[in-house]
Write a protein that binds this ligand. Structure first.
Ligand SMILES: [Zn+2]
Ligand SMILES: [Zn+2]
Length: 641
């Protein structure tokens, strides 16, 4: 059997042996020993027995996929540490993740903070032992015996579900795990390991199953990489929108009101209002009509739309009134269809574009709710476009143009874009699907946007584009969705009259660009770390008189900017200036207008920014010119282009 390893050479391997059996030969030919290999898109380790000639790409510690291998080994090391310290613990599963790994472990009581420290310490000892990792492929019966002796009940349950006759077992020292791999060669390769946190997790994620303790951790090939990651985590913590939302008084979620239901506090409402105004103006400018629709509708509407067949588990239950059944809306689409249907539509009228900041309610399980990012009541920045088939590409291009414009205005310039194509079960003809998919791709190409295909991941009623935005610390957030729909026009039997006086079915495009106002605010808070750009800042200017003598003039200044539409706050308290400045900085107010005797005498102001820069003694009029420019949504665009 020939094994070809890229850039290293060709080796002879006897059948059913792992690469480890020719480790020394490979070692001789390479400068750096590969951590693992890649083969036909899959990661392969040194331990897995091979049965055919293969071409392999080596993975080194710099490769992201090598890190996954390392972290899976790190998960085993943590499990081993737990078993050494708490022999009665029972193991669930322990995969590598994007940022580290976890291991789900059953133990009668939660691990305390000091337990977690002990576990990390023990893990480091296991690393020092440089335990060689071994793999054995055994029959299911043998595996059953091994894990029965170890009293690993959860592993036994997993074994029952395996369809294969042989299973693989990885071990290091005394520690044995039922595992498909991949793993590194020995525990010593894990140069940095850290236990991060603990959370409860139901076995297999199912409520009603036993509760396990999920130990989260991370691991790296070097201590420096770990430190960099920990710094990044610190940064993430600082930006947590739930904490900032509270300290900046933007929003609140109250136990008595209900989980996932958001109160927008005055300052959060200001931010939202500015964004909404901008959103509405831009939609009018681009040929959309704004509409408003009710929050509930007869249950029968959701029958026609198909939501009761496909979506009921996500809907709040019905309400009975005068012998009729109503339901709160999870989506705005059916309403916009009835607005379309107010008249007979001609081909000349299309495309028709309705937009709405439509508040919807969906039943999300309490376990997945998270601040503003996953909620039960939210306002979509929704729109529905009704168009002819020949208009699809242009309409999609326009939507993309709008979404890119919006996102750039908020400083988001990097995206991950996915096109989801026809699934196995679908409505409409394959021809129309092909046309729509190619229209989506062409629209992306028209805008010069790179994308990936998610084959077969489209919803049954049409292909879609999902767009994730990258924030300033490199995290991606799902926001925009553009969905082509062949189904609802059919279900509601909407038509337009063609040039030949015959009836045709329009195509519908659903799209939300921010996703929802709640989610987008959450993302904005985290992206800006609460320091909103001037044009959306809830308080733009804060007037800080140094002494009571100048309050009259300070008030004059405040009114000067307030009457010109700026959001102004006053701090006339009898406090030290430094204290007032500190408060305004904590509130992340972009500009503090500082007024002392000199300023009052000469009708000037001194300005201090939240980052500590100072503009001394300028006239209010001159400052007005500066901030009027900054108050434009496009200000950041101009600055960066
Ligand atoms: Zn494993
Ligand atoms: Zn819709």
């Amino acid at each position: 059997m020939k094994i070809q390893i890229q850039d290293i050479g060709e080796f002879e391997l006897s059948p059913n042996s792992p690469l480890k059996s020719i480790l020394s030969e490979i070692k001789e030919k390479c400068q750096e020993l590969p951590i693992a290999f890649k083969c036909n898109g899959e990661i392969l380790d040194w331990h897995t027995p091979l049965n055919e000639s293969l071409e392999l790409t080596p993975l080194y510690s710099k490769d992201k996929e090598a890190l996954l291998v390392l972290r899976h080994t790190a998960a085993h090391i943590i499990a081993q540490a737990v078993k050494e310290l708490f022999p009665d613990a029972k193991l669930g599963i322990g995969p590598a993740t994007e940022e580290g790994f976890f291991y789900d472990i059953y133990y009668p009581e939660p691990f305390k903070e000091e337990d977690l420290k002990k576990i990390e310490k023990q893990a480091k000892k296991i690393i020092k032992r440089r335990l060689e990792i071994q793999r054995r492929d055994v029959s299911k019966e043998e595996a059953y015996e091994i894990f029965s002796n170890l009293k690993e009940d959860f592993k036994l349950e997993l074994l029952k579900e395996f369809e294969e006759d042989t299973v693989s077992i990885y071990s290091q020292g005394e520690f044995v795990d039922l595992c498909k791999g991949p793993h590194v060669l020995h525990t010593g390769l894990v140069k940095a390991i850290k236990v991060l946190s603990l959370a409860g997790a139901y076995w297999k994620g199912k409520e009603g199953n036993p509760m396990l303790w999920r130990i989260y951790g991370t691991a790296f090939f070097s201590k420096e990489d770990l430190q960099e990651y920990l710094n990044w985590l610190e940064e993430v913590k600082k930006r947590d929108h739930r904490r900032l939302g509270q300290t900046l008084e933007l929003f609140s979620i109250e136990e008595d009101i209900g989980p996932g239901l958001v109160l927008w506090l005055p300052k959060g409402a200001r931010v939202r209002r500015v964004i909404e105004n901008f959103w509405i103006d831009e939609h009018y400018r681009r040929g959309y009509e704004l509409v408003y629709t009710p929050h509930i509708a007869l249950r029968k509407l959701w029958k026609i739309s198909g939501h009761l067949d496909f979506y009921e588990e996500n809907m709040f239950p019905p309400m009975e009134l005068e012998n009729r059944s109503y339901q709160i809306k999870p989506m705005n689409c059916p309403f916009h269809i009835y607005i379309y249907n107010q008249k007979r539509r001609s081909y000349r009228e299309l495309p028709i574009r309705y937009c709405e900041l439509g508040t919807v309610y969906r039943f999300e399980r309490s376990g997945v709710l998270h601040g503003l990012l996953r909620v039960r009541g939210f306002t979509q920045d929704d729109a529905h476009i009704f168009c002819r088939e020949d208009q699809l590409e242009e309409e999609l291009t326009n939507v993309l143009d709008l979404v890119v414009y919006f996102l750039k205005v908020f400083g988001f310039k990097e995206y991950q874009i996915f096109v989801s194509t026809r699934p196995d079960k679908f409505v409409g003809s394959p021809e129309i699907w092909d046309k729509a998919e190619s229209a989506l791709k062409k629209a992306l190409e028209n805008k010069g946007l790179a994308y990936e295909i998610d084959p077969g991941e489209g919803v049954f009623y049409g292909p879609k584009i999902d767009l994730k935005i990258k924030d300033v610390i490199g995290r991606f957030w799902q926001c925009s969705t553009i969905q082509v729909d062949f189904n609802l026009p059919e279900r509601f039997d909407i038509v337009y009259v063609g040039e030949d006086n015959k009836f045709y079915r329009p195509i519908m495009i659903h799209r939300a660009l921010f996703g929802s106002m709640e989610r987008f605010l959450g993302v904005l808070i985290e992206n800006y770390a609460g320091a909103f750009p001037f044009w959306i800042a809830p308080v733009q200017l804060k007037v800080l008189p140094i002494t009571d003598r100048v309050i009259d003039y300070a008030e004059e200044v405040a009114r000067f900017f307030e009457t010109r539409g700026f959001r102004v706050e006053r701090d006339y308290r009898n406090e030290k200036l430094n204290y007032k400045i500190r408060v305004a900085q904590q509130e992340k107010v972009p500009y503090m207008l500082i007024i002392g005797d000199k300023e009052a005498e000469n009708h000037l102001i001194s300005v201090r920014t939240r980052t500590g820069e100072q503009i001394n003694q300028i006239s209010p009029e001159e400052f007005l010119t500066k901030i009027t420019k900054e108050n434009q949504p496009s200000f950041l665009l101009d600055e960066s282009s």
